[in-house]
Write a protein that binds this ligand. Structure first.
Ligand code: ATP
Length: 613
């Protein structure tokens, strides 16, 4: 159903139920996609369009301006890339090529790289030759000039870099006016808050009236509206039933949300128990609120033989990109990301460079830097997101847990909540759906960790935690930074010519000066209670059945929808053999803790029906 007609009353595309059923059966081919692109998607293991793709692809192919709001991980990137490439495939001969035909503008260099890789891989699979370049503001004017010779068909950049090219006459405004056919503003809700408003305004007068403009965003905000007014002409605003402002509409339903109440001092112990006893499914993305905490956690875990890498805004850009690449390729299972920059941390903002009038935005930028390292990043095959510390806002929570349960995959999030984080947690909880009728989006207590399991590791955990001193943390952080800067600078040139050698550069290296003591590597059998063993075995069985134990580069994505959900399997499996520590919850197939658990409780929770998972 399409309503609305003009600029002041933009076209709202809402899918009625009937239309939805019809379109959900449609294949990419039926949406009008080129056979080469359909084949390329098949080779990537992508078979059916996501809801946003169902609606956006035909509209974009028709040449309409589109504003698409869809929740995290819903496939917005392909929703615009596929039709955009198809248009380039079919119009190859007739295009004016004085400047790039397509601009894709995104808020961070990580996103530039992510989209660049996606476009290149689609082109390779389609065997179509188009010139694609990504620019960044650190490039010298001569390099920018060289990159734009041709000119390229597709330019992927941050707005700041395009503005730099305009002000240095590297990009000619008349040429843009003559050639630009499609402009995409991706992660539009971030572009203004990251301080790119003036950069976008510098480009706006040169966008030809005929240019198709697409604006993609995970949330709606005043900034998105501002951009819409600035750039788009009479756009179609996609409002799917599952997309919008309402809380149920921004949290992916395929992410099961759990929480654990624990004292702040015990957080290391709790996360150790979850990871060491293998009660969570890999890969695991762990969030902390500051960089020191991430190093403390890394050093602590590595004493127990659990290797992890850290990701934060302090690291050089090349390292960050490479860490993401390795994690996505499955070279390590645990990534500790810090997505909040603090005054004590050196890097305040994700934006690549802040100059001139943009400095005015710096204050705002600090506030928004919460999402700097991870917003919009497609972490591949992350099953579990752990909030080691609660994010500072509901929006932070939504974007963190949106790193799992992407597209048709399922996932889980577990928040460790201390008493001083309870206010934020309650805010989040009431946002995601704090009522009994809303079975799909509630945060329930994590049922697999018993008090016994936690206590069995207490002595070792506390002993090791004491050894991870502030000085050790500071030294490791400085050492890691030194290593990464060295790698980044020295090896950049080498890697450009020998990309395969990137594999040799490992980011989950042990940072402790002393090797982890062998006796801490394994948890002796006598320390693990029966309940925990059963839960662990079930997680392992499910993992093996899914074949996602050791995903490596090139391994095909597997859908974990429905029956592939390890927690689902646990609940079904264990329900047949009830055991001490868990009891069946009414008629549901979920479990809740009984009195024999670790005693964590929340009165509000007690009265609530535990979510079936
Ligand atoms: N039709 C599909 N079927 C299966 N997987 C898909 C499909 N479309 C996209 N994907 C995959 O889903 C993942 C998430 O897609 P994408 O990054 O485009 O999400 P997004 O909506 O941009 O999320 P965010 O708002 O967090 O940036 C990617 O790994 C992508 O390859």
């Amino acid at each position: 159903m399409v309503t609305g007609t003009n600029e002041t009353a933009p076209k709202e595309t809402t899918r009625g139920e009937h239309t939805q059923e019809e379109s959900e059966d449609q294949t990419f081919e039926q949406l009008g996609l080129d056979a080469r692109l359909v084949r390329a998607l098949q080779k990537k293991g992508i078979e059916k369009p996501t809801p946003i793709q169902h609606v956006a692809i035909p509209l974009i192919l028709e040449g309409k301006d589109v504003v698409a709001r869809a929740k995290t991980g819903s496939g917005k990137t392909l929703a615009y890339l596929l039709p955009l490439l198809q248009k380039l495939f079919t119009s190859n001969g007739d295009r004016k090529k004085l400047a790039p035909n397509v601009f894709v503008l995104v808020p961070s260099r990580e996103l530039c790289q992510q989209i660049y890789v996606e476009v290149k891989s689609l082109l390779e699979l389609c065997r179509v030759q188009l010139k694609v370049v990504q620019l960044n503001s650190n490039m010298l004017a001569t390099d920018l000039q060289a990159a734009l010779v041709g000119p390229p068909d597709i330019l992927i950049s941050t707005p700041a870099c395009v503005a730099k090219c305009l002000s240095n006459s590297i990009l000619d405004t008349a040429s843009i006016n003559g050639s630009l056919e499609t402009l995409v503003l991706d992660e539009a809700d971030l572009l203004l808050s990251y301080g790119y408003e003036n950069d976008i305004k510098a480009l706006t007068p040169h966008i030809p009236r005929s240019c198709q403009c697409l604006l993609m965003s995970a949330t709606s905000s005043a900034d998105v509206d501002k951009l819409k007014k600035l750039i788009l002409h009479n756009p179609f605003i996609l409002t799917l039933p599952e997309v919008g402002n309402h809380k149920d509409e921004v949290i992916p339903k395929n992410v099961q949300q759990f929480w654990i109440s624990c004292p702040a001092n015990d957080k290391l112990l709790y996360i150790l128990a979850m990871l060491k006893l293998e009660l969570v499914q890999k890969k695991v993305l762990i969030f902390t609120n500051n960089i020191d905490t991430s190093f403390r956690l890394k050093l602590f875990l590595e004493k127990f033989g659990i290797k992890s890498a850290v990701l934060n805004a302090e690291l050089p850009q090349n390292s960050r990109l490479h860490i993401l690449e390795e994690f996505n390729a499955g070279l390590f299972d645990y990534l500790i990301a810090t997505d909040i920059s603090q005054s004590t941390d050196k890097v305040e903002a994700p934006k690549e460079n802040i100059v001139g009038s943009q400095k005015r935005k710096y204050k705002k930028l600090k506030l928004d830097s919460e999402f700097g390292v991870v917003r919009g990043i497609d972490f591949k095959n992350v099953y579990t997101v752990i909030n080691f510390e609660m994010p500072r806002s509901v929006a932070g929570y939504v974007h963190r847990i949106g790193r799992t349960g992407r597209a048709y995959n399922s996932g889980a999030s577990i928040s460790l909540v201390s008493s001083d984080e309870m206010d934020t947690f309650e805010e989040v909880q009431s946002f995601v759906g704090d009522n009994e009728n809303n079975g799909s989006n509630t945060i329930t207590e994590f049922p697999l960790l018993t008090k016994n399991a936690v206590e069995s590791l207490r002595y070792r955990a506390e002993d090791v935690a004491k050894s991870v001193t502030k000085i050790a943390v500071r030294e490791s952080r400085a050492q890691d930074l030194r290593n990464e800067i060295l790698n980044s600078e020295k090896l950049k040139a080498h890697f450009e010519t020998n990309p395969k050698d990137l594999d040799l550069l490992k980011h989950d290296k042990v940072l402790s000066k002393n090797a982890p003591p062998p006796h801490l590597r394994d948890v002796p059998d006598y320390l693990i209670d029966k309940t925990t063993k059963e839960a662990r075995d079930m997680v392992k069985l499910t993992r093996d059945a899914l074949g996602n134990n050791n995903r490596r580069r090139g391994s095909k994505r597997k859908s974990r929808k429905g029956g592939g959900d390890p927690l689902m399997a646990i609940s079904t499996g264990v329900s047949k053999r009830p055991h001490k520590g868990f009891k069946k919850d009414g008629g549901s197939n979920g479990f809740k803790r009984d009195g024999g658990s670790n005693g964590r409780s929340c009165d509000r929770q007690k009265h609530k029906k535990t979510k079936a998972f």
